[in-house]
Ligand binder design. Structure first.
Ligand code: FES
Length: 134
């Protein structure tokens, strides 16, 4: 399979696999913020917990606080992140909460040692320039 084709473009048309980077480097932190080319509200958290990557919207479905700063706990085999603001829980795998809220989650795959996230915008570990024309 071709590698990297289309991943550097700011393609916002349709969902596709977005190359994030080598798994070895990404697995040394529990959560990283991935910036979206669509803007702040579409940023994504990349979690690495118990040898597995998970991706979900970075802004809490309740009031938009950053989930990357939340605590992660396991209960009955379910990995959850707890929002740092009001302590709502979200299943890392499904995005479901004990409340009625649902956090959007994204598929993650490992290929040739790299992490990919299926998303409708480009994702980057670095912020996108404020003015894409400059
Ligand atoms: S902002 Fe996350 S629980 Fe309220």
């Amino acid at each position: 399979m071709a590698s990297g084709s289309g991943d550097d473009e700011r393609n916002t048309e349709g969902v596709s696999w977005r190359l994030i980077g080598p798994a070895t480097g990404l697995s040394n932190k529990r959560c990283r913020l991935m910036y979206s080319s669509l803007g702040h509200s579409s940023d994504v958290c990349l979690f690495y917990v118990k040898g597995e990557f998970f991706a979900m919207d970075a802004r809490c479905a309740h009031s938009g606080r950053p989930l990357c700063e939340g605590d992660i706990e396991e209960a009955d085999g379910v990995l959850q992140v707890f929002c740092p603001w009001h302590d709502y829980d979200f299943d890392l795998r499904t995005g479901k909460s004990g409340t009625s809220l649902q956090q959007k989650v994204y598929e993650v795959k490992l290929e040739d040692g790299n992490v990919y996230v299926k998303h409708g915008s480009c994702l980057s570990l670095q912020p996108f320039p404020a003015d894409p024309k400059s």
